[in-house]
Design a protein around this ligand. Structure first.
Ligand SMILES: NC(=O)c1ccc[n+]([C@@H]2O[C@H](COP(=O)([O-])OP(=O)(O)OC[C@H]3O[C@@H](n4cnc5c(N)ncnc54)[C@H](O)[C@@H]3O)[C@@H](O)[C@H]2O)c1
Length: 265
């Protein structure tokens, strides 16, 4: 963007862009679904990718029914060959890749595993999905982004990365490390790499992990500045900022969307 261009709301539009959202085909009310619908609303063609192929197709059909462009793809982000097939399906359908949202993760199913006693096989499984999966997807899309002269990558971390209370949180803190390192290494190629750290979100998985009457919600109610729970749709504006030309000069950042839970100087 030139210094003389001025600002226009159209800078948030994504017409002609192609976006992959992983973990977007899960349970009914998921953050990935909100992300996929939001990107499509802004004009992007969206690849809805999930381990759950049927769910991915369902969300893609929702986008198409609303007049948008989408395909559903079954993918296991821990398997490079499966991710390569997802990227091939994307380029075949839409001609390239501009945006990757690394949203797939293991969360609600993890419960409260203790770092001091977690079986190493479980530790490896969590890191394989929550950290290595994001890296595998990134490695697969970067060559495609280079062909387009740049791109945007958004990693879905969590406010839970900072209170340091769970193995899940450790995996999300590691994802912040991956975000900042990739941002430094890819910046000159006009590939922005940022992260969103949601607070307690009312997705089906979020409600399963921390029901309203859980001790963790009570703990948060005593400290969160504004409001503990947010809806998946309340994350979408931040995603659009980080995926659109409006965010061209933002890289290596963690955007906390959590009503004032994690307050860092
Ligand atoms: N809900 C919350 O309160 C909250 C808060 C902070 C961060 N997050 C993060 O937001 C993201 C979405 O959360 P959600 O609440 O919508 O949960 P969700 O369980 O509905 O979404 C996760 C999706 O990832 C998919 N997935 C898991 N393993 C996969 C694999 N190997 N390959 C491809 N897909 C795979 C699942 O099928 C599922 O659809 C996650 O990264 C989560 O850690 C959620």
């Amino acid at each position: 963007m030139s210094e003389q261009a001025g600002f226009a709301l159209e800078q948030f539009r994504l017409d002609g862009k192609v976006a992959i959202v992983t973990g977007a085909g899960g349970r009914g009310n998921s953050i990935g679904r909100a992300y996929a619908l939001g990107l499509a609303n802004a004009g992007a063609a969206v690849v809805v990718a999930d381990l759950n192929g049927e769910g991915a197709q369902r969300v893609a059909d929702e986008i198409i029914a609303a007049g948008g462009k989408a395909i559903g793809v079954q993918v296991d982000i821990t398997r490079p060959e499966s991710v390569a097939a997802m990227v091939a399906a994307t380029t075949q359908a839409f001609g390239g890749v501009d945006i990757l949202v690394n949203n797939a993760a293991l969360m609600a199913e993890l419960g409260s595993l203790q770092a001091a006693s977690i079986p190493i096989a479980d530790w490896n499984r969590i890191f394989n999905v929550n950290l290595t999966g994001a890296l595998i997807c990134t490695q697969a899309v970067v060559p495609e982004m280079r062909k387009r002269g740049g791109g945007k990558i958004v990693n879905q971390t969590s406010g839970g990365a900072y209170p340091a209370q769970s193995v899940y949180g450790i995996s999300k803190l590691a994802l912040v490390g991956l975000t900042t390192t990739l941002a430094r290494q890819l910046g000159r190629e006009k590939i922005n790499v940022n992260a969103i750290a949601p607070g307690n979100t009312t997705s089906d998985a979020g409600r399963q992990l921390t029901p309203d009457d859980s001790p963790f919600i009570k703990f948060l109610e005593a400290s969160v500045a504004m409001r503990v729970r947010g809806a998946p749709d309340e994350l979408v504006g931040s995603l659009l900022l980080l995926c659109s030309p409006a965010g061209d000069w933002i890289t290596g950042q963690v955007l906390h969307v959590d009503g004032g839970w994690v307050l860092r100087p």
